[in-house]
Design a binder for this molecule. Structure first.
Ligand code: ATP
Length: 498
């Protein structure tokens, strides 16, 4: 992870927000390469999800909506995470990410240990228990620790659990519900009548505009409404770089189906669609897995939620949630607004509120996943046969920030630079390309490898002196080289960049 964070900074993918002022926790900026990469991820999703399908239309709703939207959706009352404070250090923890265990020696509880969630929380707690026993010079057999999180702590246990910040018990508060919506005020008044929220998800836009789309969009069930946009959550503990931030971007789609449709099949189809899509932008199947939320943890209206999980360096974590939400959301808005959210079914001559399947994913989490899956450090041989290290980002040509680097072999030979520049300008009309005439060719290849450019074309003496007008095409992954014409280069790009 450190190597990826450092590359992201060094090559201009991701910066800390407001870095010159010390940064703001949970906020990030995307630099020149990062913004290209992010745009490509968004564009691929939009093209595949909206433009290349006949049953899905797009939407761009406002970030700040009527506060009643969030009352009806349940966010005002229930969009909370359990929060634990440390009264001494003033640190705040998400209760379900703060774990504890009693230290049991010879069957008796001798004290408590705590640890923040990690890849090996149980191991951390076990080590803490052993250290506790050593420090207190306790004699007897230490029982294996049983980890629980703070939401499971009994009232009498809380004051005995040490704060991770101080190592001492007595300062942690019982968990309380913390609403994660950012509040603001609309208009010149700052009183409670002016309170509004930055949206914590884009999905409600699709529900609130459902009727508008039905009445204007010539859509027929089953159909979907898709949206890409920023969402904001005042996460208690933003962490793991851009994985959990306070401002992030979502790509969500609400797929409306008949109330009698086979929702389970539709749900399964969308799970598979999302999995295939992730692979189409280069994520390896071996890093993807599915997690079905246990029935008892689902909201009462939910018929099922399956997350596509990704193997990040810090553990297997949620990347894409696909939820079957019944007709809860439209039903809530119908009730709260007094405006029916029904559709007329020609076949049954009946009106009903459609049900919905919702695939919801974060752009930033996908971007982090492609960086993690694509990053490699390899030993390779240079032109003289010496072994050297190369850092390579194996990004799919679909999303790579730069598709082709155009490299004149020498920068002071006009015939080479003129041809290279003409090719560069022609490619630039369709693709993000980069012109580089500085330094030896091997170094220029390495610079492109590091930012994930799939191909380099070198304009050399053969290009300008021999018939055929061919260039050297060098592939990032195999590092193989072959000669290619301009027409063949455009054909290759047409096939691979879509
Ligand atoms: P988590 O359990 O990780 O907090 P969630 O289940 O609350 O996520 P959803 O409300 O289902 O997430 O949001 C849909 C998607 O939006 C997630 O799968 C994730 O990709 C993305 N997402 C949610 N919260 C964040 C965040 N704080 N930072 C970045 N992406 C996020």
């Amino acid at each position: 992870m450190d190597a990826i964070v450092s590359l992201a900074k060094r090559r201009g993918f991701i910066f800390q927000s407001s870095e010159i002022y010390g940064g703001l926790n949970g906020f990030f900026d995307y630099g020149p390469l990062g913004s290209e990469l992010k745009k490509n991820i968004r564009d691929c999703w939009w093209n595949d999800m909206v433009r290349r399908r006949d049953d899905i239309v797009g939407l761009e709703s406002s970030i700040i909506m009527h506060p009643k939207v969030w009352e009806a959706s349940g966010h005002v009352a229930g969009f909370t995470d359990p929060l634990v404070d440390c009264k001494v250090s003033k640190q705040r923890y998400r209760a379900d990410q703060l774990f504890f265990a009693p230290v049991v020696v010879d069957g008796k509880v001798a004290g408590y240990v705590s640890a923040l969630e990690s890849e090996n929380t149980a191991g951390d707690l076990q080590a803490a228990a052993e250290s506790f026993k050593r420090k207190k010079a306790l004699q007897g057999a230490l029982a294996p620790v049983i980890a629980k999180d703070m939401t499971e702590a009994q009232p009498e246990e809380i004051e005995k659990i040490p704060s991770p910040a101080t190592g001492e018990p007595g300062s942690l508060t019982p968990p309380r519900a913390f609403n994660m919506m950012f509040e603001t005020h609309v208009g010149p008044l700052r009183d409670s009548s002016a309170v509004a929220y930055l949206r914590p998800e884009t999905a409600q836009g699709m529900f609130v505009d459902f009727k508008n789309v039905v009445d204007t969009g010539r859509v027929k069930l089953p159909f979907g409404i898709a949206q890409i946009g920023k969402s904001f959550r005042n996460e208690i503990t933003p962490r793991n770089f851009i994985f959990r931030s306070r401002e992030f971007e979502q790509m969500e789609m609400e797929y409306f189906i008949h109330e009698d449709a086979d929702w389970s099949k539709c749900h399964q189809d969308w799970i598979e669609w999302c999995r295939q899509w992730l692979m189409s932008i280069g994520l390896p199947e071996s890093h993807l897995s599915l997690y079905a939320h246990p029935k008892e943890k689902l909201a009462f209206y939910s018929k099922g939620t399956v997350d596509i999980m990704f193997k990040y360096p810090f553990g297997v974590q949620e990347l894409w949630g696909i939820a079957a939400r019944g007709n809860y959301d439209l039903g809530q808005h119908a009730q709260a607004s007094g405006k029916p959210q029904e559709i007329f079914d020609e076949a049954s001559k009946k009106k009903f509120v459609p049900h919905v399947i919702e695939p919801a994913v974060g752009v930033d989490r996908i971007l982090l996943a492609v960086l993690c899956a694509g990053y490699a450090e390899e030993d390779v041989k240079d032109e003289k046969g010496n072994v050297e290290k190369r850092t390579v980002l194996r990004l799919s040509p679909r999303i790579a920030p730069v598709k082709v680097a155009v490299l004149p072999l020498l920068k002071n030979k006009e015939a080479l630079t003129t041809r290279a520049h003409a090719l560069y300008k022609k490619l630039q009309r369709r693709y993000a390309v980069f012109y580089d005439d500085g330094g030896n060719i091997g170094k220029r290849y390495r610079r492109q490898d590091e930012i994930g450019t799939p191909w380099c074309v070198t304009i050399d003496f053969e290009t300008v002196e021999k018939p055929g007008d061919t260039f050297t095409l060098r592939e990032r992954d195999s590092m193989s080289q072959r000669r290619i014409t301009e027409a063949e280069l455009f054909a290759l790009l047409e096939e691979q960049v879509y």
